[in-house]
Design a binder for this molecule. Sequence first.
Ligand code: NAG
Ligand code: NAG
Ligand code: NAG
Length: 415
Amino acid sequence: MFFLLFLLTPLALAVSSALADSRTLVLYDSRLPEFTTQYSKLFQTLESKNFDLELGLVGPDSPSPDLFTNGFRRYQNILVLPTTSRDLVPTETLLQFVQDGGDVFVISDNKGIQTDVALFLNELGIFPSPKEYKYKDYHNGETLDDPEVQNTVVLPSAKSISYTDGSVALLSNSELLVPVVRAPRTSYTVNVDEGRLSTDSTWHSGSQGFLFVGFQGLNNARVFWTGSSASFHDASFNEEVVDALVNWTFQISGLIKATSTKHYNENGDAGYKIKDTTTYEIGLSHWNGDQWVPFKNRTDVQLEYVMLDPYYRLNLVPTREENSSQIYSTTFQIPDRHGMFTYKVLYQRDGYSFVDESTTVPVRHLANDEYPRSWEITNSWVYLSSALAVVIGWFAFVVLFVFSGNKHFDKEKTE
Ligand SMILES: *[C@@H]1O[C@H](CO)[C@@H](O)[C@H](O)[C@H]1NC(C)=O
Ligand SMILES: *[C@@H]1O[C@H](CO)[C@@H](O)[C@H](O)[C@H]1NC(C)=O
Ligand SMILES: *[C@@H]1O[C@H](CO)[C@@H](O)[C@H](O)[C@H]1NC(C)=O
């Protein structure tokens, strides 16, 4: 029985990971009219990227969909389209889904966002405006002609973005957030039920707010939120924007990885001792949509040489390309300190997947016979010469004492 279990577990794992890769759950509301025809271009885009779409109905009579089977994640991606229902998937389940490496794309609008999805976003530090609040901009209307793009890794370019029926998010100062498009200076969100403009009735004003926001966890799982479905609708479909945002959230763009790391002693020894010269190399690759290519031209890759605290923090320089990765390297002298040191590369840049590589090596002190001999140290020459002077002086004294005394004694005797 146990033998069988052992056999089955890796099999189940293999099957689930193979299935999970492109399986995408699209959550939609059956009560919204002509749902599938409204989003047909979005579905075409997703299908052209080989995502395996599964529609999940949400509504008052449908139970919330299962994201896990026997603890295994059933999907790699979830796409949440605007719905009128109050609840969708429990907040804890969504958090668990992301913690397990799944990606979530949330499109909401100013008709409201589900409470559990809003709580989920709040956990990540994204605070979308609630139901009664509407995005307004009397200068530019509901189209951003020159959107203020904050991150070109996620959204390389956007000529214009329409943002009808929009809601706007405020962000916490979490470092894992990737703001993508900021609200224009002339915009604000206001509670339309309040009727009057005051600090209590506005959610955001000016460039405080964000229209497109990404989030990337330390496990590289990605979440994306936008407060308007206009770019995703067939009527005003924005292929450029949708393509880029789907690519990023569902792990097609902004992917880098470390392919190899290597460190060695410049003098050829297998281990390290204090003050040796060492070289560290790391290979980085970038996914271009089809294959891994060298991740080139970076000047901000750094190595830390750490024992409790970093002793060194050094910029790595690109040296060569090998096996479709760019090798970055640096050479430095180990400090005069023995113990366990760690070579650590922690590369976390907004929009790119995180690289965290570390290798720990022992650094020994000098053996007894490895210290320089005394005469190799110029400072010691003073002491060596004084010691030598004493030896020579003593010798001379003995010689003089012995021989000069004898002569006199002999003379006295003969008299
Ligand atoms: C998105 O991914 C597709 C491959 O699925 C690629 O052809 C396209 O250039 C990517 N677009 C962006 C903006 O990265
Ligand atoms: C990288 O640098 C090389 C030489 O400096 C340059 O020709 C190339 O265009 C750069 N590539 C990118 C992606 O910036
Ligand atoms: C490149 O590939 C060769 C052969 O697979 C391997 O021996 C070598 O270590 C690789 N180099 C790096 C930097 O990964």
